[in-house]
Design a protein around this ligand. Sequence first.
Ligand SMILES: Nc1ncnc2c1ncn2[C@@H]1O[C@H](COP(=O)(O)OP(=O)(O)OP(=O)(O)O)[C@@H](O)[C@H]1O
Ligand SMILES: [Mg+2]
Length: 249
Amino acid sequence: MSGEVLLRGSGLTRRWGGLTAVSRVTLELERGTVHAVIGTNGAGKSTLINMLSGEIPPSEGRVELLGQDVTGWSQPRRARAGLGRSYQRTTVFPNFTVLENCRLAAQARKPRPWRWWQDASRCPDSVPVAHEAAVRAGLQHLLDREAGLLSHGQKRQLEIAMCLATAPQVLLLDEPLAGMGAEETERMLALLAELRAGHAILLVEHDMDAVFRVADRITVMVNGAVIASDTPQAVRSSAEVQAAYLGGH
Ligand SMILES: Nc1ncnc2c1ncn2[C@@H]1O[C@H](COP(=O)(O)OP(=O)(O)OP(=O)(O)O)[C@@H](O)[C@H]1O
Ligand SMILES: [Mg+2]
């Protein structure tokens, strides 16, 4: 179903000492949509993702996941409840294969401590989940490749696969297109467009062409605050956004 709010951040604020990195940000992520968050370096985008995912606690504000207040929940607990994320820097395990990386991610969803060094056969249900996630992310031909040998774009695809292996309903993606070539970018955009149907996706991205192609909604941050949150057309024609961020785009 489209239009259902899966994740809501309300009045989220994060202070680092005297610096307010994120200031009273409210946003809703709906199933069936890609919601882009854009802004210059240091605008607070990653800090916002980190508060939504549970990586860091907000100084103020609250986070609701599937209608439940999860503000006090840890990141693993939120992940088990359906909140997946990828990081601005690549975070794959280089000495494990594509499939093994996905399996580790799938096992991380389990509520009890898991032993990632044990043989996969001891955790048999994570293998098909891992396999499906890797295939969904377009890595079916690279399942046995060591992650450290993948191209940059393939590593980012693997990160999406690892995120999918946790069976999320919400995907928080921090610059998944960074450093990608044109072909890899196209592949990732096609994947995001495909994943949109069943998920709510938050996309932090600097590539404006990509953002305007894939986003259903765009939130613009400047110095930690939201200056616009609207359809791509409305954001593109906003004089305030033009002046503060987009320039001639
Ligand atoms: N752990 C931290 N301690 C202190 N200051 C921090 C910390 N993390 C982020 N900041 C500061 O908070 C502000 C927002 O940073 P953040 O990483 O959220 O920006 P961003 O929008 O993701 O930038 P970029 O586009 O470069 O990734 C910056 O001024 C940054 O220096
Ligand atoms: Mg960032």
